[in-house]
Ligand binder design. Structure first.
Ligand code: FAD
Length: 435
């Protein structure tokens, strides 16, 4: 059995939050040897959203070290050397299989133990697999998922091996949409399948979705809605050959990519910390019910001050900001200085083909579409406001400039009284821009 190591601070998880936490620790000041980041992945923290976008491009695909954190937010790129220069120990390819919070001990799959004074849980999410539901044939080769860089490498290899072949994308969320686009860009024959009446139903209204679905159809992506994959056929080598749908139809497939959601990785801590809404419950400083144990990123259910409720957010902007907030709180506590409560405005974005959208705030109440949502336009630009109790609480914009995106963010933050639906529709982006 490997011997134990002790650190003042351990960040468990070397993903987006792990990387941004390291940068904040360095900013606030850590002594060499005080901080370790333990990660199952073999590489230093990187900007995960790249995996479903530039990593899979047919030309000049993005590769590490190009997209290590913190380039995604315009910050310094933290190469592996950065960690050693700062005296931060990056413990890679190391899966923690046991966490004992009372004794402040983590145990790896290889039997190594790590003790700490302060723990930051940043384990993110794992993908939901069709084999979890016992879907027939779901273990066939070339049925792929995307969460970590190894998954992206497998998908990239499959795309190269099946050039000109058929791909079926199961799931109509942002992963399904982004992957359908890159698979199409790689000249595969792509069909998307999802059970809902339109894509991205958790955010998009029917009108917003209609734009993206038409745009994708014009690009040659086939979209099958209202049905699910119930089984897969494979050849003698175990390679997938077809997807069987609930409506009885069968789609030929050389590659299947499944994007049906994720699950926060909280199992190591079950029964040891308070949980809420499927995540680890934290306060506004990301401290859990166990003093000295913090949880950030996808796993944290935190007070959403602006809406006076508690939420878990699976988006990159929050993973960065929550990590920074937790480290500020840890260091603030040590110094006896006050740190402001986390006051997060939900923000997420996606990019595919030539499209790029941003969303800020809350998508509740009545949605009012504005602008040019014609998928045939040379440069479509449209958006939506969400109005609840007479206030504009959310805003979405496709094709916005940085200034315009900043304007809709400001509007969603201010929750200003909304004009009538007709006036909002007529004013369009002007309504946000004049704030
Ligand atoms: P992660 O970044 O997932 O990091 C968790 C890390 O912990 C991983 O390295 C994992 O291996 C490690 N880990 C987990 N368990 C253990 C263990 N037991 N032992 C050791 N290590 C462990 N969000 C957006 O807003 N916009 C986007 O366009 C977008 N695109 C995305 C594309 C893809 C393909 C994916 C998967 C996500 C995307 N997201 C996007 C979501 C965003 O990337 C996540 O919300 C963010 O990465 C969460 O950060 P995190 O640090 O909590 O988790």
């Amino acid at each position: 059995m490997a011997s134990g190591k002790h650190f003042k601070y351990i960040v468990l998880g070397g993903g987006v939050s792990g990387g941004y936490a390291a940068r904040e620790f360095a900013k606030q000041g850590v002594q060499p040897g005080e901080l370790a980041i333990i990660s199952k992945e073999a590489v230093a923290p990187y900007e995960r959203p790249a995996l479903s976008k530039a990593y899979l491009f047919p030309q000049s695909p993005a590769r590490l070290p190009g997209f290590h954190v913190c380039v995604g937010s315009g910050g310094e790129r933290l190469l592996p050397e950065w960690y050693s220069e700062k005296g931060i120990e990056l413990i890679l390819s190391t899966e923690i299989v046991k966490a004992d919070l009372p004794s402040k001990t983590l145990t790896s799959a290889a039997g190594a133990t790590f003790t700490y004074e302060i723990l930051l849980i940043a384990t993110g999410s794992s993908v939901i697999k069709l084999s979890d539901f016992g879907t027939q044939g779901a273990d066939s080769n070339n049925i792929l998922y995307l969460r970590e860089i190894d998954d992206a490498d497998n998908l990239y290899a499959a795309i190269q091996a099946k050039k000109g072949g058929k791909a079926v994308v199961v799931g109509g969320g942002y992963i399904g949409l982004e992957l359908s686009a890159v698979l199409k860009m790689n000249d595969l024959d792509v069909t998307m399948v999802f059970p809902e009446p339109w894509c991205m139903p958790r955010l998009f209204t029917a009108e917003i979705a209609a734009f993206y679905e038409s745009y994708y159809t014009n690009k040659g992506v086939k979209i099958l809605k209202g049905t699910i994959a119930v089984g897969f056929d494979a050849d003698a080598n175990g390679d997938v050959t077809a997807v069987k749908l609930k409506d009885g139809s069968v789609l030929e497939a050389d590659i299947v990519v499944v994007g049906v959601g994720g699950r926060p990785l909280t199992t190591l801590f079950k029964g040891q910390v308070a949980e809420e809404k499927g995540g680890i419950k934290t306060d506004a400083f990301f401290e859990t019910s166990v003093p000295g144990v913090y949880a950030v990123g996808d796993v944290a259910t935190f007070p959403m001050k602006i809406y006076n409720d508690e939420r878990r957010v699976e988006h990159v902007d929050h993973s960065r900001k929550s990590a920074e907030q937790a480290v500020k709180a840890i260091k603030g506590k040590e110094a006896g200085s006050a740190v402001e409560e986390y006051d997060y405005l939900p923000y997420f974005y996606s990019r595919s083909f030539d499209l790029s959208w941003q969303f800020y705030g809350d998508n509740v109440g009545d949605a009012i579409l504005f602008g040019d949502a014609d998928p045939g336009s040379a440069k479509p630009k449209f958006g939506s406001y969400w109005v609840k109790d007479g206030k504009c609480v959310g805003a979405f914009l496709e094709g916005g400039s940085p200034d315009e995106n900043a304007a809709i963010a400001k509007l969603a933050r201010a929750q200003l009284p909304a004009a009538s639906p007709d006036e909002l529709k007529a004013a369009g982006l002007q309504f946000a821009s004049k704030i």
